[in-house]
Write a protein of this length. Structure first.
Length: 184
């Protein structure tokens, strides 16, 4: 009888341990998403200064500036809990920002403008921080998803409603393209 009780106690403790691990992983994934959200908001706050600086030199690019301003407003208003929708909007904003930098290459005076150089440097640093936050988030999501799918933790996960989370993936075409190399 005591052997059966001992086995049940061990199973109960193991189940509690699995439950606590799942809770910890879910919280780590939320923390990871929060880190991405903070960096994306910082980038969003930089966008108006960048647009105004480039606008002073490239006045005929009005449609691009309007698009970037509209996308910034959408990303700022997007829910930080809806990862899928937010990823899509952020991808569109990243693509539009890349187009602004492409346009800026046609204006040597702009390339020499100290404000533009500082904004470009800040944006580059933010993009690196966003990439690090994405890596952290995706790592925690991988761990959570593995635990949710693995036996016997999947029994505890299903019992208590733990679900897999989605990875933060690049949504804009420019970053998915592999650069072509040609030797003539």
């Amino acid at each position: 009888m005591t052997g059966i009780v001992a086995v049940l106690v061990i199973l109960l403790l193991y189940g509690v341990s699995l439950y606590n691990r799942l809770v910890s992983l879910r919280q780590s994934a939320k923390e990871g998403w929060s880190g991405i959200d903070v960096q994306l908001k910082r980038r969003s706050n930089l966008v108006p200064n960048l647009v105004e600086t480039v606008k002073g030199y490239a006045t005929h690019e009005k449609q691009l500036f309007e698009e970037v301003t509209e996308l910034r407003a959408k990303t700022s208003a997007a829910s930080s809990t809806n990862a899928d929708g937010r990823q899509e909007l952020e991808g569109q904003l990243s693509t539009a920002l890349m187009r602004i930098f492409a346009v800026s290459e046609a204006y040597p005076e702009l390339q020499a403008d100290k404000t533009f150089i500082e904004l470009q440097k800040s944006l580059s640093e933010l993009e690196n921080q966003i990439q690090m936050a994405r890596r952290y988030y995706n790592g925690t999501v991988r761990e959570l998803n593995t635990t949710v799918q693995s036996f016997p933790s999947n029994i505890v996960a299903n019992t208590f409603g733990f679900a897999e989370d989605n990875y933060y993936e690049v949504e804009h075409v420019v970053e998915r393209q592999v650069p072509g190399v040609k030797f003539d």
